[in-house]
Design a protein around this ligand. Structure first.
Ligand code: SAH
Length: 394
């Protein structure tokens, strides 16, 4: 196996079990590894540190897998890691739930691999050459463990490009999912378009937050901004909301939301679905003096990286100001950010600025986070991305 020597002092993060080694930390590569090849990483004094896989295209030159010298990350190691990840989610797949994330990349010790289960189908994202090399073993183990009817590749082209990988999409194993796969979450039925839907097809990271927020909506007039296929809308309707208005700019999202409403036997008079830009629509509501008891803001990732933080902060502030302005006095704002670069303290600060601009007082009554199938590995804080605040606004 190729051995990589780190520059003096660069072993610290590795010793803290952080799974990334940046290319600038490498002193010497003893050999000529291909992208995705297993390498042994040593400190400048030659001490063994960890095994990982190498990539010369990526800023992250080595992604670490095992810190234990006798434990080589071979086929069997990959199978065991997948078994641990899948088995630890078993209790989430009961009582009206057949949908969750089975493998969450670094947070499940498998950098570059994301697997989401949607009923009988799996949606997989592969973003590193190391995982790409082990694909056959990974798919075989997933198939064995889940008995999936089909495994579909929904890899994100941008993250693959960082690792020098070509775009990939399509059927990996079994049969092609139908246009709409029927799944259940919190006892609610959804149609998921795995092939053409956004991200892996559904935002299962909001499962718990949808359920928690729904305990506040009985007899309330709810506005669900960035509704996608209706996760928050449906949880609100099931829990007795008087009316829900859903807004999303995507035609496919709105069409799927309407399907999901009928699938759960709600009727047209209980909701309104508006295909529009949220910022524009909130201004329309404000002009028409239309107000709501509960406003949900679950926008896409505004800060894809730290360098985009300032612009993103302004966008979050403007959005939240508008959201607060269409709330009734004492109403609830459930506001989210899925930007990893925006931590909870920064997010609170942004909400404070929004409140000042809107001339409102805000009490935070609950903090939302990501659910346990999106674990946060303590040695890899980068895995924490979803946060939210439930605010009472006066
Ligand atoms: N709340 C959803 C997930 C939201 S994902 C759920 O629970 O499933 C973000 C959504 O925002 C996507 O559906 C996307 O189509 C929509 N979107 C992105 N930019 C938008 C904009 N400017 N106005 C309205 N919708 C937008």
């Amino acid at each position: 196996m190729v051995s990589i020597l780190l520059k003096k002092g660069k072993e610290k993060a590795v010793l803290h079990q952080h799974p990334w080694i940046f290319s600038g930390a490498l002193q010497n590569i003893n050999g000529n590894p291909e992208n995705g090849d297993l390498v042994a990483v040593h400190a400048s004094d030659n001490r063994f540190l960890a095994y990982g896989y190498y990539n010369k295209e990526s800023r992250v030159a080595v992604r670490l897998l095992s810190w234990d010298e006798p434990t080589l990350p071979d086929e069997d190691w990959y199978r065991k890691r997948i078994q641990v990840a899948v088995n630890s989610r078993a209790h989430l797949l009961t009582n009206g739930n057949d949908t969750c994330r089975l493998v969450f990349s670094e947070s499940d010790y498998l950098p570059g691999l994301i697997v989401d289960k949607y009923g009988d189908y799996l949606s997989v994202q592969i973003s590193t050459s190391g995982i790409e090399k082990m694909k056959a073993v990974i798919l075989d183990e997933l198939q064995k463990l889940t008995g999936a009817k089909g495994i579909f590749d929904k890899s994100d082209a941008t993250s693959r490009a960082h690792d020098g990988l070509a775009e990939a999409n399509g059927l990996l194993a079994g049969s092609l999912p139908p246009d709409f796969v029927e799944v259940q979450e919190n006892g609610i039925k959804y149609h998921i378009n795995i092939i053409d839907g956004q991200k892996s097809g559904f935002y299962c990271d909001q499962r718990f937050n949808r359920k928690m927020l729904a305990t506040y909506v009985k007899d309330k007039n709810v506005l669900d901004c960035f509704s996608y296929s209706g996760g928050f809308t449906l949880n609100a309707l099931v829990n007795g909301a008087q009316k829900v208005t859903a807004v999303d700019s995507s035609a496919l999202a709105i069409e799927t939301l309407k399907q999901n409403i009928s699938l759960n036997n709600f009727t047209a008079d209980q909701y309104e679905a508006i295909q529009s830009d949220v910022n524009k629509q909130l201004r329309v509501f404000k002009e028409n003096e239309e107000t709501f008891d509960v406003v949900i803001l679950d926008p896409p990732k505004y800060a894809p990286s730290r360098s985009a933080l300032d612009r993103a902060a302004r966008a979050y502030k403007d959005l939240n100001r508008l959201g607060m302005q269409v709330l009734k006095h004492g109403g609830l704002l459930a506001t989210f950010s899925c930007s990893g670069a925006v931590d909870i303290e920064t997010f609170k600060q942004i909400i404070a600025w929004a409140a000042l601009d809107a001339g409102k007082e805000v009490q935070v009554i609950y903090q939302f986070t990501q659910p346990e199938d999106h674990p946060i590995r303590i040695s890899f804080p980068e895995g924490e991305y979803l946060k939210g605040l439930l605010c009472r606004v006066y």
